[in-house]
Design a protein around this ligand. Structure first.
Ligand SMILES: Cc1ncc(COP(=O)(O)O)c(C=O)c1O
Length: 427
């Protein structure tokens, strides 16, 4: 008979199995990362069971003295990391940050302009996600497929015509900076609040390797704390506004607007990650972008169809590869074969694709491999491994041995306070 204890054991061994896949393999999903040993300690601390509703030193519960210090330090360092006068570090994810920001900035029925999911916008920017939850009237920007960014003139015209309450930018498929100079200017002309979802590129922005939206007309930037910003799962809301009433509106949209407990253990982890970022973030961001460009070039040299070759493949942590005809499902097939070889990726819709479950492409990110010390040489080796599986038709199980060998030399997590040279993959 299977007991509940057996079930709990099964959960623990599946957890270990998942950890082993990443420990022995290559994690290349662009939205993921690993956490540092100190962040891991914070996330596993007693704080996981505690509450601290309110803001530092203004709580509804007792017992928050330690956490007041943590959150105060986090706000102070967060403002430094993002060179901004305001940050909220409470929101529990990028999506929750978006829900809270949309709640603070618009009323049901207001208009919003955003990037469509087909062009790489996130589901929270769509009717099926946070935009729909707030019941906003969505208008999507015309898109320039060749440059992988909004069509500047047509998008500016749309903004002038629609006169949205919020002009939202940023996306999940995010190769190049948004042309904010022109588009934020158009939004300001019609009195819109400019919002930018930097979930994917937050670490690159903070590290000075991508555009700085807050210096280019953006009022509110949201994001996840666990993609190129290498913290635990969570969210941030950052603003260029000095207006305290506006800042209070953003804070209260998180608590009590969207969260009661905002996962104090994750907040503590985010604060440790902010301290580590102040120390190592710039070089981490530089190395990520250098590796992504090198990986794009190496994949192209192997014979893959890498998008945006004329723009140097990427200016972020991502590259996009097409593996067959539009809507053919070739991306899904490629992702399955790669997983058999121990390379973890995700299928992704590329320009022209209309079916999210059978797209032609892959979206690949190098931020996790960079974090365990891989550089340009390793990017070239990885491109060869992809080629052996996907172009040369080698048995993925035999390639897996070489994946394991490559990864065995890259276990120690860098760009963090890691005095004991601990592995990023404890399971
Ligand atoms: C642009 C964008 N915004 C928001 C999110 C959601 O972030 P989270 O998973 O932290 O809710 C994602 C997720 O990948 C994203 O790509």
């Amino acid at each position: 008979m299977i007991t509940n204890r057996d079930r709990a054991n099964a959960v623990m061994s599946a957890t270990e199995q998942s950890g082993n896949l990443y420990g022995e393999g290559l994690g290349m999903i662009a939205s993921e990362n690993i956490i540092s040993p100190l962040v891991r300690k914070a996330v596993a601390s007693d704080l996981h069971g505690r509450y601290a509703e309110g803001m530092p030193y203004k709580r509804y519960y007792q017992g928050c003295g330690g956490f007041d210090t943590i959150e105060e330090l986090g706000i102070e360092m967060g403002k430094k990391v993002f060179s901004a006068p305001f940050i909220n570090i409470q929101s529990t994810s990028g999506t929750v940050s978006n829900i809270a920001a949309l709640k603070a900035l618009a009323k049901p029925g207001d208009k919003i302009t955003a990037i469509s999911t087909a062009d790489g916008g996130h589901i929270s920017h769509a009717r099926m996600g946070a935009v729909g939850l707030r019941d906003l009237d969505l208008h999507t920007y015309p898109w320039n497929e060749e440059r992988m960014e909004p069509d500047i003139d047509a998008a500016a015209e749309l903004i002038r015509e629609v006169k949205p309450k919020i002009a939202l930018f940023g996306q999940s498929v995010f190769l190049f900076p948004t042309p904010l100079k022109e588009l934020a200017a158009a939004a300001k002309e019609v009195g819109a609040t400019v919002m930018y979802d930097g979930a994917h590129v937050l670490g690159l922005i903070a590290g000075g390797e991508f555009q700085n939206p807050l210096k280019e007309g953006v009022d509110v930037m949201t994001g996840s704390s666990h993609k190129t910003f290498p913290g635990p799962q969570g969210g941030f809301i950052i603003s260029s506004s000095e207006d305290e009433t506006f800042q209070r509106r953003l804070n209260s949209a998180v608590f009590p607007g969207t969260c009661s407990s905002y996962h104090l253990h994750h907040v503590a982890g985010k604060v440790v990650a902010l301290a580590e970022f102040l120390e190592y973030g710039q070089s981490y961001a530089q190395d990520i972008v250098r590796n992504a460009r090198a990986f794009g070039a190496a994949m192209c040299a192997e014979g893959f169809d890498v998008l945006a070759e004329s723009r140097g493949f990427t200016a972020s942590h991502q590259i996009l590869t097409r593996h067959g005809e539009i809507d053919s499902g070739a991306g899904k097939k490629a992702a399955h074969l790669l997983e058999q070889a121990g390379i973890v990726t995700n299928m992704n819709m590329l320009p022209g694709d209309t079916r999210a479950l059978s797209p032609s492409g892959l979206r690949l990110g190098v931020q996790e491999m960079t974090r365990v010390g891989m550089g340009v040489d390793e990017m070239e080796q990885i491109a060869t491994l992809y080629s052996r599986v996907l172009l040369k038709g080698e048995d993925p199980n035999s390639v897996r041995e070489d994946v394991r060998e490559l990864k065995s030399n890259h276990q120690v997590i860098g760009y963090c306070f890691n005095d004991k040279n601990e592995s990023g993959y404890p399971f």
